[in-house]
Ligand binder design. Structure first.
Ligand SMILES: *[C@@H]1O[C@H](CO)[C@@H](O)[C@H](O)[C@H]1NC(C)=O
Ligand SMILES: *[C@@H]1O[C@H](CO)[C@@H](O)[C@H](O)[C@H]1NC(C)=O
Length: 301
């Protein structure tokens, strides 16, 4: 197995060394990383409960229990939506019950700790965070704001991560589009594509989240023209509601672009105590193989 070698030699200097052919440097390709992306709208900590909705203190058993179970055997990056600050603290406390491994990026949509987060949670033993920022999906992406002042503030949380044991790099974006206006969602889809372009750097990129848009929508197609989604309409719908018997719909996705191979895709069920649900959305889980990032190593002798 190849071990990672980090080098400050950019590829172009490697190529020029090869061209002059005095000492041919080693090239080293890291092994690929297998990891999974999990996206789930966990529903905010509502005080006015819907029929069959349990309070957060009880729902969190299922929300976090599922996260712990899926991440037990495979490196996992979590993209969550509708997470209020107290919920984020609870999730991190529970996730870190036996170690201090789980960190998050992202801020609340109303700025700082205010409003719902789209946090990205990652295991610090598995990933190095290279860069991270939050942007608003509005005309003023740098400040808390809503497109045309309508609806709620909507955000994207962005992180660039390096997989520690292989050195491969991946960009991850987590978002939640407007629930009310189609023009807002289309605007937000174009904003996401601008961010995908801006952070591209040739890295494989993942966009996860709740688009409040079905596969037949224009907002979905704006994204899916550029980033690809591997879900199957025969899977469970991602929106379950809390009551049984609803038809449901699919609006939660994991998209990818670049050197990422989708190995499997699943919509997980969200049952809790056999008759309740831990959220009104089901989690989506996709396993990826992240192709090696080429690293160049100069020849020492
Ligand atoms: C993880 O691995 C353990 C031990 O091999 C196994 O018992 C468990 O079912 C696995 N869990 C998942 C979620 O695959
Ligand atoms: C992530 O974002 C926070 C908040 O802006 C910042 O303090 C921190 O330095 C960032 N970390 C990296 C590695 O960019």
């Amino acid at each position: 197995m190849n071990s990672l070698s980090i080098s400050f030699w950019p590829l172009y200097s490697l190529l020029s060394l090869v061209a002059t052919a005095i000492s041919v440097p080693d090239t080293e390709v890291s092994t690929s990383a297998i990891f999974q992306v999990y996206t789930n709208n966990i529903r905010y900590d509502a005080k006015d409960l819907m029929s069959m909705e349990l309070p957060w203190a009880e729902r969190k058993v299922g929300v976090v229990g599922t996260m712990l179970a899926v991440s037990a055997n495979m490196s996992t990056v979590f993209a969550l939506q509708e997470v209020t600050y107290n919920q984020l603290l609870d999730i991190k406390t529970e996730m870190n019950w036996n170690s201090q491994s789980w960190a998050h990026i992202g801020e609340g949509r109303d700025g700082g700790v205010a409003g719902e987060y789209n946090p990205i949670l990652y295991n610090v033993n598995e990933w190095d965070l290279l860069s991270n920022y939050t942007r608003w999906l509005s005309e003023t992406p740098g400040t808390p704001s809503a497109y045309k002042g309508k609806c709620f503030n909507r955000i994207v949380s962005i992180g660039i991560f390096r997989h520690k044991s292989t050195g491969s790099i991946v960009n991850v974006l987590n978002t939640h589009f407007c629930h009310k206006y189609e023009d807002s969602r289309q605007f937000q889809a174009y904003e996401i594509l601008k961010h995908v372009d801006a952070i591209g750097l040739g890295n494989p990129t993942i966009v996860a989240g709740d688009l409040n848009s079905e596969r037949t929508s224009v907002a979905y197609s704006i994204l899916s023209d550029v980033v690809k989604e591997h879900g199957d309409p025969l899977e469970l719908p991602t929106v379950s509601g809390f009551q049984s018997g609803g038809k449901g719909s699919t609006i939660d996705y994991v998209f990818s672009k670049g050197n990422l191979v989708s190995l499997s895709h699943a919509v997980l069920d969200n049952m809790l105590y056999d008759q309740y649900r831990f959220s009104d959305h089901r989690p989506v889980l996709e396993v990826f193989e992240l192709a090696p990032t080429l690293v160049a190593r100069a020849c020492a002798a």
